[in-house]
Design a protein around this ligand. Structure first.
Ligand code: ADP
Ligand code: ADP
Ligand code: MG
Length: 450
C-alpha cells in the first residue's frame, strides 16, 4: 500500500527528521504536539499540526487514543512513532492496525519479544547468538538476587527487563550492594516502564558498546548496515557515536554483523532495527538487547552508507522489497554524532530553561538534526536533548578536527549545555587514538577533578 499521509507520534528533532524525508518523497505530514511544544519548529514544519493535550507525556505523547483520533480525523494512513515514547509499544502498534493504519515499525509480537529483555535473551540463546552470561528469569526479591548473583559471580548488573535509556540499571559488587539496590531499582523500573521484572547479568569490565544496524523487508530479506561504536556514555546513555568502530578489525566486524543478522532472522524481523552488543577487551561480544525502532544515532549509519533510514522504513512499511542486497551496501569514510544536551557538563543534570540565543555551526561534512531555535524552551517534561551534530569525512582524524571546529562555533545561551564536555572528549589523546571504553567519560572526569 502506498503511504500518502504520515502522522508523527513524536516531537523535537526526530519529528523534524521524519518530516524532512516525507517532504522529499511528497508525503503529507501531521504533527501532534502538547501545550508545551506549541511554538516548536516541528509543529510549524508539518503540513498539519494537532494539539493533543497538556505537557506531561501520559496526557499527550503517550495518549494512544487521542493520537489515533487525530490520525483518523486528518486522514493519516501511517503512523511513525519515532524513538522513545510509543515506538516500542506493541499495544499501540496493534491499535494502529485495528484502525486500519500502518504502524511504521516491526510486527507487534516482535516488539514484545524484543522489548522484554528477559524474553529477548532467551530468543537469542535459541538462535545461537551469544548473550551476556546471566540469569534469564524474573527475580522476585533481594535474597533471590543474592543467590543468583553469587552463582553468576560478582560484579553483576541488576537490570529492568523493560528498561531503556540507561534507567533502572545498577552495578553490584557484593551481597550488601544487591540488598541495598534491589528494591529501589525495582521501584524505578515500575515508575518508568510500568513493569518491574528484574534480571541479573554478569558485569563486563571496561567494555565497548557496539551495535549493528539491520533492516528487513516483508519478503524475508535481512541485511546489516554495519556497526556503530557507542562507548562514549554518561549515566549508561550514549553521547558520542561513530562508525566505523575504531576497535574492530575486519574479522570481528564480519562476525558481529553476521550475529546481528542471525538475531534479526530469529524473529523474522521487518523494518529497521538495532542489535546492541557489549564487547570485552578480547573482542568477545555478547548480545545486550535489540531496539525495534529507528535509533537516535541513525545519522551516523546514514553518513557512512549513503542511505536514508527513514526512507527505508517507509519502503518496508509499504510492503516493498529492500532496494539492494547485502553486497551493495558499503561503509565509506567516517562519521560521528555528538548529542547536544541541555545539561550541566559536570553533573550531567538536565538544565531546562529558555534558549535566549541559538547559533549552530556550518561547514563541510556538517549535518545538524536539532529541535530548537532562539527563544525555544527546554522543558523538564521531556528528554533534554537540544539536537545532534553529525560530522562526516574521509578519515577519523578529519572528522575529529571538523567536529572540534563545529563545537567551537556553537553559540547557545540561556541554559547550560554539555558542549564543553564534548570538546574535552574530542581533545583527549586517547580518544584521538581510538582507545576508549564505556568507562571513558567517568575516567576523564576523575582526571579533571584531581
Ligand atoms: P538509543 O538507544 O536510540 O541511542 P537512548 O538509549 O539514548 O537511545 O534512549 C532511548 C530512548 O529513550 C530515546 O528515545 C530517549 O529519548 C528515551 N529516553 C532517554 N532518557 C529518557 C528518560 N529519562 N525518560 C524517558 N525516556 C528517555
Ligand atoms: P538500555 O536499554 O538502557 O539501553 P542496555 O542494556 O542497552 O540498556 O545497556 C546500556 C549501557 O549500560 C551499555 O551500553 C553499557 O555501557 C552498560 N551495560 C549494560 N549491561 C552491561 C553489562 N552486563 N556489563 C557492563 N556494562 C553494561
Ligand atoms: Mg541499549
Amino acid at each position: 500500500m502506498e503511504i500518502r499521509t504520515v502522522l508523527i507520534a513524536n516531537r523535537g528533532e526526530i519529528a523534524r527528521r521524519i518530516i524532512r524525508t516525507c517532504k522529499a518523497k511528497g508525503i503529507r505530514t501531521i504533527a501532534v504536539y502538547s501545550e508545551a511544544d506549541a511554538t516548536m519548529p516541528f509543529v510549524r514544519e508539518a503540513d498539519t499540526a494537532v494539539l493533543i493535550g497538556p505537557p506531561p507525556v501520559a496526557q499527550s505523547y503517550l495518549n494512544m487514543e487521542t493520537i489515533l483520533q487525530a490520525a483518523k480525523e486528518h486522514g493519516a494512513d501511517a503512523i511513525h512513532p519515532g524513538y522513545g515514547l510509543l515506538s516500542e509499544n506493541g499495544r499501540f502498534a496493534r491499535r494502529c492496525a485495528e484502525e486500519g493504519m500502518i504502524f511504521i515499525g516491526p510486527r507487534p509480537e516482535v516488539m514484545e519479544d524484543m522489548g522484554a529483555k528477559i524474553r529477548a535473551r532467551s530468543k537469542m540463546i535459541e538462535a545461537g547468538v551469544p548473550v551476556v552470561p546471566g540469569y534469564n528469569g524474573n527475580i522476585l526479591d533481594a535474597e533471590e538476587a543474592c543467590r543468583v548473583a553469587a552463582e553468576i559471580g560478582y560484579p553483576v548488573m541488576l537490570k529492568a527487563s523493560a528498561g531503556g535509556g540507561g534507567i533502572g540499571m545498577q552495578i553490584c559488587r557484593d551481597d550488601e550492594e544487591v540488598r541495598k539496590a534491589f528494591q529501589s531499582a525495582k521501584g524505578r523500573a515500575k515508575a518508568y516502564f510500568g513493569n518491574d521484572d528484574m534480571f541479573i547479568e554478569k558485569y563486563i569490565d571496561n567494555p565497548h558498546h557496539i551495535e549493528v544496524q539491520i533492516a528487513g523487508d516483508e519478503h524475508g530479506r535481512i541485511v546489516h548496515l554495519f556497526e556503530r561504536e557507542c562507548s562514549i556514555q554518561r549515566r549508561h546513555q550514549k553521547v558520542i557515536e561513530e562508525s566505523p568502530s575504531p576497535f574492530l578489525d575486519e574479522t570481528t566486524r564480519g562476525l558481529i554483523c553476521d550475529a546481528a543478522v542471525r538475531a534479526a532472522q530469529a524473529v523474522e524481523y521487518t523494518g529497521v532495527g538495532t542489535v546492541e552488543f557489549i564487547m570485552d577487551g578480547n573482542k568477545e561480544f555478547f548480545f545486550l538487547e535489540m531496539n525495534t525502532r529507528l535509533q537516535v544515532e541513525h545519522p551516523v549509519t546514514e553518513a557512512v552508507t549513503g542511505l536514508d533510514l527513514v526512507e527505508l522504513q517507509l519502503t518496508i512499511a509499504e510492503g516493498k522489497a529492500l532496494p539492494f542486497t547485502q553486497e551493495d551496501i558499503t561503509q565509506q569514510g567516517h562519521a560521528m554524532e555528538l548529542r547536544i544536551y541541555a545539561e550541566d557538563p559536570v553533573t550531567f543534570m538536565p538544565s531546562p530553561g529558555t534558549i535566549s540565543r541559538y547559533e549552530q555551526p556550518e561547514g563541510e561534512g556538517i549535518r545538524i538534526d536539532d529541535a530548537v531555535e532562539s527563544g525555544s524552551v527546554i522543558t523538564p517534561f521531556y528528554d533534554p536533548m537540544i539536537g545532534k551534530l553529525i560530522v562526516s569525512g574521509n578519515t577519523r582524524a578529519e572528522v575529529i578536527a571538523r567536529a572540534e571546529d563545529a563545537l567551537a562555533q556553537y553559540a547557545i545561551e540561556g541554559i547550560k549545555t554539555n558542549i564543553s564536555m564534548l570538546s574535552e572528549v574530542l581533545g583527549d589523546e586517547e580518544f584521538a587514538a581510538g582507545i576508549y571504553t564505556t568507562q571513558f567519560v567517568q575516567q576523564m572526569k576523575r582526571m579533571t577533578n584531581k
